[in-house]
Design a binder for this molecule. Sequence first.
Ligand SMILES: C[S@@+](CC[C@H](N)C(=O)[O-])C[C@H]1O[C@@H](n2cnc3c(N)ncnc32)[C@H](O)[C@@H]1O
Length: 285
Amino acid sequence: MDFATAPSPNPSSLASADRPYHTTTNPYPHDFNPNAGIMSLLPNLIKSDNRFDDEAASWDLNPFVRKSSQQALATILSHYPQLQRYRDGQADSSEGLDLLEIGCGTGLLSFLIAPYAKHLTAVDTSHGMITTLKQKLASASHTGTTNIFPVCVDLKDPDDPALRQNPQDIVPKFDLVVSHLVLHHVPDLVGMLSTMHGCLKEGGSVCLTDYEDFGPEARKFHPESKMQGVERHGIKRTWMEEQMRGAGFEGVMVEVGWVMEKDIEGGEVGRFPFLVCQGRRGSGS
Ligand SMILES: C[S@@+](CC[C@H](N)C(=O)[O-])C[C@H]1O[C@@H](n2cnc3c(N)ncnc32)[C@H](O)[C@@H]1O
């Protein structure tokens, strides 16, 4: 289901009898509103429990996430030279790769990598993030970008029909699955790896980037106020290799791709290694 296009529960659009916090005839004196207390709470009642919905509008203002997306792009390009060949016009369109990005957010990496891909399906569980991505795609500054397909879905099934751009299409399989700064937010990461494996064409690959759990200091990556939705403080290298092999990936390689400095609480600067997690779906797996 594409939550971004699902009807939103807007109380003012409901028939009056269905409106939960509104009385059509006020039996009280005109200056007394019995619902005033509840009405004042409404913004909080409809506030999302997904912190990324609330952060979507200002997400792109964060220089750290913008810079880390550029690092992720450079790393992906260095591992998959066919992306560069396609971008440079040295490959015909049949050699272009179909990409799936998990946890695309507002599309920081999506817009960077789209010129190197034939097509990019960009999924995220946050309605707010996908709405912002759709707004960016519709804006004048991005009219040239026609190969990104944004989907709001919690992808648990590689054959989820939400991945189809048109109802008559078969559910696509992908040459490359990417994801940046997402793995530490996924509750069932083992299940997610298995879903990613199932989304790949035979011979297709994953290239996943996220910060490393290098010890207790990794916790400082997030300020205490932003711990909602943080399932783990980074990714443990050997654990990740084991889980990727367990999910069926071949040629698994998990290594540090780059290191970034980040302002952390207490006015200090932390150094955070980023892992690049690669694996391939073998033929017949
Ligand atoms: C730290 S943000 C990174 C966003 C984007 N990749 C970037 O670098 O700007 C994490 C994103 O992952 C999304 N997310 C969390 N769990 C997810 C899941 N299970 N499937 C897809 N997206 C998920 C969040 O909604 C959020 O947009």
